[in-house]
Design a protein around this ligand. Structure first.
Ligand code: NAI
Ligand code: MG
Length: 363
């Protein structure tokens, strides 16, 4: 059941975030108009999560940011970072990481889909061959701060960092992954494990996968150790449908998967709080790209596709489908005058964004 009206906080951020965001909004407005979706896009967060704001005010976000964002269904986010003026750990931890943590966005979701007009780094793959999702646990697991150092600087130096898996944490990401798999024609879930080497937490993960699977008997589930799984991503990506992993494994797979399908400029990502207790966040995978910022040549597809994921997440299947078709058609038909330089064309960010918006209206 699609969400009737959506309230979205628009945060473009730094660098090319400011350039791709207007194109993302253009496309969201076009699709909202066509399908009569009530979508409120609030743009009064223009200097949030920006380095100029940090240099001026001493913080990436204003005080009370959490209260101000809580009532939104989602955050539509560009990119953050300007390492020449503000160190990355300050700009990212002061903004994006805060959203992910404070809003319990425990699912990180990334599509790995080969689009037309993009040179696949893997040989002999055609459009349609690669089309799967990576679901990553985004709050616990290997990325815990439990641990410490003793006898530092001596021969007896000891360093320990613990993996933390909770039943709630593991089960909720598995539930999401099973449901995603169930919604797709292949109904195939692959779990990333390493129970041959990590002999306590990973067998537990496997056990929860099997237990949860009893509720989804129509989903075919298999598991691979992470080492061979990364090899299969490269050697036979066409065999995957939905792949779920712990925080560390999911992190690796969610970079490797999209990398197998081409340009960094086109990949999107969702940071999701499935229950909607807090806003979810949709963003392109790429950063602020200071090397091309201000030139008007950034590829807006990552931003536009993130908007597509947002609509899909809130149940607007038809609108999301149309947006996806428009993106694919633009890549097929656009030609060098429209396609941006990262994909070998001579087009502009604005030109490609407008072209996709026009396709959304008519395709
Ligand atoms: P980046 O993704 O910004 O850029 C990497 C390379 O890809 C650059 O050569 C860039 O020109 C190119 N590129 C990226 N997006 C593109 C697009 N849409 N169209 C055409 N070319 C594109 O990663 P980098 O350079 O490592 O980081 C730059 C800044 O962005 C840093 O401050 C970093 O911390 C931040 N960052 C922020 C992220 C976020 O907001 N989610 C994610 C990754 C990096
Ligand atoms: Mg990563």
């Amino acid at each position: 059941q699609p969400r009737k009206s959506l309230k979205i906080a628009v945060i473009p951020g730094d660098g090319i975030g400011q350039e791709v965001m207007p194109e993302g909004l253009k496309c969201l407005r076009a699709v909202a108009k066509r399908y009569n979706i009530k979508i409120q896009l609030d743009e009064h967060f223009a200097d949030w999560a920006t380095c100029p704001r940090y240099l001026r005010e001493g913080s990436m976000l204003p005080e009370g940011w959490k209260e101000q964002l809580t009532s939104y269904d989602a955050i539509y986010f560009g990119a953050v970072g300007h390492p020449a003026t503000v160190p990355d750990h300050i700009s990212l931890w002061g903004s994006l990481i805060q959203f992910r943590r404070e809003f319990d966005q425990y699912i990180s979701l990334r599509p790995c889909k080969l689009l037309p007009g993009i040179r696949c780094p893997l040989a002999d793959k055609k459009v349609g061959d690669i089309d799967f999702w990576v679901v990553r646990e985004n709050t616990e697991g290997e990325y815990s701060s439990v641990g410490g150092k003793i006898f530092e600087g001596t021969e007896r130096e000891v360093v320990i960092q613990e993996t933390v898996m909770t039943r709630i944490g593991v089960d909720r990401v598995l539930k999401y992954a099973y449901e995603l798999a169930q919604s797709r024609p292949k109904r195939h879930l692959t779990s990333a494990t390493k129970s041959n080497g990590i002999s306590i937490s990973m067998p537990y993960w496997d056990q929860r996968v099997a237990e949860m699977g009893k509720k989804y008997s129509d989903v075919f589930v298999d598991k691979f150790h992470i080492d061979i799984l990364t090899a299969w991503f490269v050697l036979r990506p066409e065999t995957f449908d939905v792949v779920v992993g712990s925080n560390l494994f999911g992190d690796i797979l969610s970079d490797l998967g999209p990398a197998c399908t081409g340009s960094i400029g086109v990949a999107p990502s969702g940071n999701i709080n499935p229950e909607g207790r807090w806003p979810s966040l949709f963003e392109p995978v790429h950063g602020s790209a200071p090397d091309i910022a201000g030139k008007g040549i950034a590829n807006p597809i990552g931003m536009i596709w993130a908007g597509q994921m947002l609509l899909e997440h809130f149940g607007h299947k038809e609108a999301a489908h149309t947006m996806m078709r428009a993106i694919e058609a633009a890549l097929e038909r656009g030609g060098t005058g429209i396609i941006t330089p990262d994909l070998g064309g001579a087009g502009t960010c604005e030109g490609l964004g407008s072209y996709i918006a026009s396709l959304i209206e008519e395709i």
